[in-house]
Design a protein around this ligand. Structure first.
Ligand SMILES: NC(=O)c1ccc[n+]([C@@H]2O[C@H](COP(=O)([O-])OP(=O)(O)OC[C@H]3O[C@@H](n4cnc5c(N)ncnc54)[C@H](O)[C@@H]3O)[C@@H](O)[C@H]2O)c1
Length: 343
């Protein structure tokens, strides 16, 4: 059986490819490298640099590589960028998934694990967030993912043998413990890598958006889950994927840490001072986000191995110390990863 991994050259996708190979699976990666890194794909996986929107090539690859199941990570994933420029999010993420689903139908591949997000919940009414909480996204990124969830439900209703499992991740963090793979986004918008870049002196300070939230220290609380625990959930989901599967699961630790706690822990791990500047709140940021992971624990037997924030940050620090400029040092102001508007 060969597993097709879309976005397998990205942060989470590359960690998952590594786990699949370690588990003895044959893996085929497709990625347009708009935000991924060819170096992150291990040589044991076959690799095709193509875009999700190229249905014809996707179909050819699925047939020639004898794909049986798909894990679909490929997406644009910056919330702020999606607000500034929504159309690439709908064309790349939502229309890109229509193209992938068409290619799957044309090559008789009918099972898929999909990377969804806690962004589909918007501002949750209660914490911890369960899978049946109302889904009202507050940005185009969240909507682009929710539309895909609905397409999967509709496909499962209409196409015989179509099965899916959608995994709604909370805040993914950390890196493989040997430091071989890591998080290399440009620009980086996530808290932990930005703390570590500040510790390395690559930026002068951390900006905290709001210290007047109704939390113990006034800063927002988020649920950080180690990338290897996310990937372990994908392997369990692959096993549980049947033609009848129509399921969604949250993946998170089940509790959160405040922005200030993350920064203080990063200071302890790195031994460096991380200067802070407070700015006003950003509209739409909920004070607390944390997943209920009760459903995935009960139904798939998943539980997180990395339960301490310090451990998660230490694993990321291994990567940043050995790869301070990521997989490659890109020079010049144009990063080459600006989203293309295919619409
Ligand atoms: N990182 C998080 O905390 C987080 C949280 C929730 C959900 N997710 C979801 O997990 C998935 C992976 O996230 P990540 O952090 O690894 O992102 P990433 O940007 O590191 O990886 C995404 C990969 O998809 C590729 N890609 C994007 N559009 C493509 C297209 N049209 N055709 C082919 N390849 C394309 C990129 O080149 C990149 O390698 C995404 O779907 C994201 O929405 C991530």
């Amino acid at each position: 059986m060969t597993i097709l991994v879309t976005g397998g050259a990205g942060y989470i996708g590359s960690h998952c490819v590594r786990q699949l190979i370690a588990a003895g699976q044959k893996v085929c990666v497709i990625d347009n490298l708009s935000r991924g890194h060819r170096e992150a794909v291990p040589p044991q996986a076959s690799f095709f640099q193509i875009d999700l929107l190229d249905t014809e090539q996707l179909t050819d690859i699925m047939k020639s590589q004898r794909i049986e199941k798909v894990i679909h990570f490929a997406a644009l994933a910056y919330v702020g960028e999606s607000v500034e420029n929504p159309l690439p999010y709908y064309s790349n993420n939502t229309a890109g998934t229509i193209s992938l689903l068409r290619a799957m139908r044309q090559s008789r591949v009918s099972q898929i694990v999909f990377s969804s997000s806690c962004a589909t919940y918007g501002i949750p009414a209660s914490i911890p967030v369960t899978e049946d909480s109302p889904q009202t996204p507050i940005n185009p990124y969240g909507w682009s993912k929710l539309f895909i969830e609905q397409m999967l439900i509709d496909c499962a209703h209409s196409y015989p043998n179509f099965g899916f499992i959608g995994l709604r991740y909370f805040n993914v963090a950390g890196c493989t413990h040997d430091g071989a793979l890591g998080e290399d986004h440009n620009p980086e918008t996530h808290l932990i890598p930005n703390c570590l870049k500040t510790a390395l002196g690559q930026q002068s300070q951390m900006t905290i958006l709001g210290n007047d939230y109704p939390t113990a220290d006034g800063t927002c609380i988020r649920d950080y889950i180690h990338v290897d625990d996310i990937c372990a959930a994908h392997l369990l989901a692959l096993d549980a994927l049947t033609p009848e599967a129509q399921r969604f699961y949250n993946i998170g630790l089940g509790h959160g840490y405040s922005v200030l706690e993350v920064i203080k822990t990063a200071e302890r791990v790195t031994g460096c001072e991380i200067p802070i500047e407070y700015h006003p709140r950003r509209p739409g940021d909920p004070p607390v986000l944390a997943a209920s992971n009760e459903k995935i624990s009960r139904e798939l037997g998943w539980s997180p191995r990395y339960t301490s924030l310090e451990e998660i940050i230490r694993s990321a620090w291994n990567w940043f110390q050995t790869h301070p400029h990521g997989y490659e040092h890109k020079t010049g102001s144009h990063t080459g990863n600006e989203p293309k508007d295919h619409s």
